[in-house]
Ligand binder design. Structure first.
Ligand SMILES: C[S@@+](CC[C@H](N)C(=O)[O-])C[C@H]1O[C@@H](n2cnc3c(N)ncnc32)[C@H](O)[C@@H]1O
Length: 440
């Protein structure tokens, strides 16, 4: 039997907001119950309307801000609040990163039972706009709107938001959404383009069109012309990820880490860090924390195309990079060779599986760098003391798993959490990128 939905109170309710949730909503206690209010900031008094009531928490949406936070700012984007791409544009960027630092420290306490001896100053952007160089955009022709929508999904829904431009995507794409929308509208199969994936380097921008049906020669010619006019290189993806192929010529995407004199080549579908300015600062900070020396062997786990491995190899005696995706490992090897580094080895391995017998787990590693996906690195931690690693730098895109793993490193494996800090990799979104240093 279907449960009857309780009717939501229609009258706006007043609340004082205490903190910010990990997804950017203001949290207040209303009649003793935690209430997550979209659009509200800590310290504010607001009128809100309920959007959902549950057993242990309620949800709502601001109707009116009665007393605004001094950190509140005017969102730059006209679609803020509707588009699900950003959740913090109404908060001053300096306050955003302070909040993220608090999120990290709270996670350490709550989920890891640890605290860093030192908090590192946050790494921030010169300008927190137009930073994003990798993204997957939804595409949908909506006859009622008379056009094709290209953009992120709406907040809390599966619909594509009706965007005209985006302020966090690199402007090459962020300011071309309407042009892309018009282009797809002129193709023979506007209903059969499911998404556009962007990947760019310092000069070139690749757009991978996920085409569910074949394109005609006329369609292809339209893409070519558009590409020439707007500076895009088109790829098509008629099936799974393995079917991605250039429309004409392949792009030669590459990014640089000038501090280390390194250039990295990558394929449009490869994992690369989305924010190149913060990536440069992050790699420098990781090297400063780890301090690899010529006499040392270093392990780089979840190494991708070698973003940390190669800088490590310019400083350490010998470096071993391990990564689960064979394609990324192939790119990492080629990158080492092109940069003239012969003290680095790469291996393909699933780091969530038992590693006993892996050929690279031999001898002593003095230091290790870990940069896992959201799910963390719990499975490999036991190897660090076994390999006699004395210093670990852990880069994380999810405080919850970093905190859990920190608890494990400290209590079970005898490391000390020396320092930790946040990095503004994803301004205006609720994503938190952080870095932590552990020592034996
Ligand atoms: C956050 S990225 C970091 C990549 C690289 N360190 C960088 O800075 O560009 C995480 C990497 O972990 C890899 N990965 C995900 N699951 C894995 C697994 N089970 N075993 C090994 N690597 C995995 C991904 O392919 C990805 O390259």
């Amino acid at each position: 039997m279907a449960r009857r939905r309780r009717k939501l109170p229609q009258e706006p309710v007043e609340a004082t907001v205490e903190s910010l949730s990990h997804d950017g909503r203001g949290v207040a206690r209303v009649e003793g119950k935690a209430t997550f209010i979209h659009g509200a900031l800590p310290g504010e008094r607001v009128l809100f309307r309920y959007t959902a009531r549950r057993r242990n928490r309620d949800e709502g949406e601001v109707v009116k801000v009665l007393q605004a936070s001094p950190r509140r700012v005017e969102p730059r984007c006209a679609h803020f609040g509707i588009c699900g791409g950003c959740s913090l544009q109404h908060l001053d960027p300096a306050a955003q990163i302070e909040t993220k630092q608090q999120t990290l420290l709270d996670a350490f306490t709550r989920l890891g039972g640890v605290a860093p001896d030192e908090i590192l100053p946050p790494l921030v952007n010169e300008t927190p706009w137009g930073y994003r160089r990798k993204a997957r955009l939804g595409v949908k022709r909506v006859p009622k709107k008379g056009r094709v929508l290209v953009g992120f999904r709406e907040r809390g829904s599966n619909y594509i938001a009706e965007l005209e431009r985006c302020e966090v995507l690199h402007p090459r794409v962020g300011h071309s959404l309407m042009a892309l929308s018009a282009l797809i509208g002129t193709l023979s199969i506007p209903d059969r383009i499911a998404q556009i994936e962007m990947a760019m380097d310092d000069e070139q921008c690749v757009l991978i069109l996920r085409n569910l049906d074949p394109l005609t020669e006329e369609d292809r010619e339209k893409l070519r012309r558009f590409g020439r006019e707007h500076g895009f290189i088109f790829y098509l993806q008629p099936g799974g990820p393995e079917t991605v192929a250039p429309l004409d010529r392949p792009a030669d995407l590459h990014y640089r880490l000038p501090e280390f004199g390194l250039t990295f080549h990558f394929e449009p579908g490869d994992f690369t860090q989305v924010n190149s300015e913060i990536n440069r600062k992050m790699v420098s900070r990781a090297m400063a924390l780890l301090q690899p020396a010529r006499s040392e062997r270093v392990l780089d786990l979840f190494c991708g195309v070698g973003n940390f491995t190669l800088p490590l190899a310019t400083l350490a005696g010998e470096v071993t990079g391990v990564e689960g995706e064979a394609g990324l490992v192939a790119r990492a090897r080629a990158n080492a060779e092109r940069n003239g580094l012969d003290n680095v080895r790469f291996h393909v391995a699933n780091l969530y599986e038992p590693l006993e017998g892996e050929p690279w787990l031999k001898g002593r590693f003095h230091k290790a760098l870990l940069d896992p996906p959201r799910s963390g690195a719990l499975e490999v931690l036991e190897w660090l003391p076994r390999l006699r690693v004395e210093r670990i730098v852990y880069v994380s895109c999810y405080p919850g798993t970093l905190a859990r793993d920190a608890g494990e490193l400290v209590r079970r494996h005898g490391y000390r959490l020396v320092s930790a800090g946040v990095m503004d990799m994803f301004p205006h979104t609720a994503h938190v990128e952080s870095i932590a240093l552990f020592e034996k």
